[in-house]
Ligand binder design. Structure first.
Ligand SMILES: [Zn+2]
Length: 219
């Protein structure tokens, strides 16, 4: 991901593939060699993409360094000082080049049902987002409880209820149906979701679930 810039599909797919290594690979070997030795190209062969003159931060915890990143067939094949040619080049001078970020705490549960961009996270370099946090979300939903779940999200996360009322089409009831609705969409990044406990509680207990009602005896 080249920061401060919305990367093209190739750059995002390639550099973003290291997303899991952001932080997680601290102390391990770099994801790619620091010099372009592993992959040999013939002189007349062009890289698919060459990101030049970036400030490389590879996610290993090592210091940043100036350099280029070459991508071929969707994979990073060379890092360091890389000679072209390339079918496409990005001048990353003055910018940081790094694996995509994994944002494990988001609330895109509603927005993901209408917004393929998942903005603004995409502008921040996020390549994987996890939602369903803090117990709030929109599945499962019992017919008639939609407004309650929106109020819960609005109250906990300050996401405007008007926007959620306008945007969500409620084409699901169960959590698997919600996943199916998401599955049919395309996004700028990978998306995962937890099962929100507030939605389950409302589905099982109804309004009593938010009124501190005593639990039913276990039989
Ligand atoms: Zn939260």
């Amino acid at each position: 991901m080249v920061s401060s810039r919305r990367s093209g599909g190739g750059a995002r797919a390639s550099l973003g593939s290291g997303a899991a290594g952001c932080g997680a690979t601290r102390g391990r070997a770099p994801l790619v060699p620091s010099t372009p030795t592993e992959w040999k190209k013939s002189p007349d062969m062009a890289y698919d993409l060459l990101v030049r003159n970036g400030r490389l931060i590879d996610g290993t915890g090592g210091p940043a360094r100036e350099g280029d990143v070459a991508i071929q067939d969707g994979r990073i094949v060379a890092v360091g000082r890389v000679d072209g040619p390339a079918r496409r080049e990005i001048d990353a001078d003055g910018r940081a080049v790094m694996p995509g970020f994994v944002d494990v705490h988001t609330h895109y549960d509603g927005q993901a049902t209408w917004d393929p961009d998942l903005a603004p996270s995409v502008y921040h370099g996020v390549t994987t987002a996890v939602m369903g946090n803090c117990g709030v979300g929109f599945a499962p939903v019992r017919p008639g409880q939609e407004g309650f779940l929106i109020e819960l999200m609005e109250g906990v996360e300050d996401i405007p209820g008007t926007t959620l009322h306008e945007g969500i089409d409620w084409s699901w009831e169960s959590f698997p149906e919600y996943l199916e609705a998401l599955e049919g969409r395309r996004f700028t990044m990978d998306l995962g979701t937890q099962v929100p406990h507030g939605s389950i509680r409302a589905y099982v207990m109804g309004v009593a679930g938010s009124l501190r009602a005593p639990r039913s005896p276990i039989t």
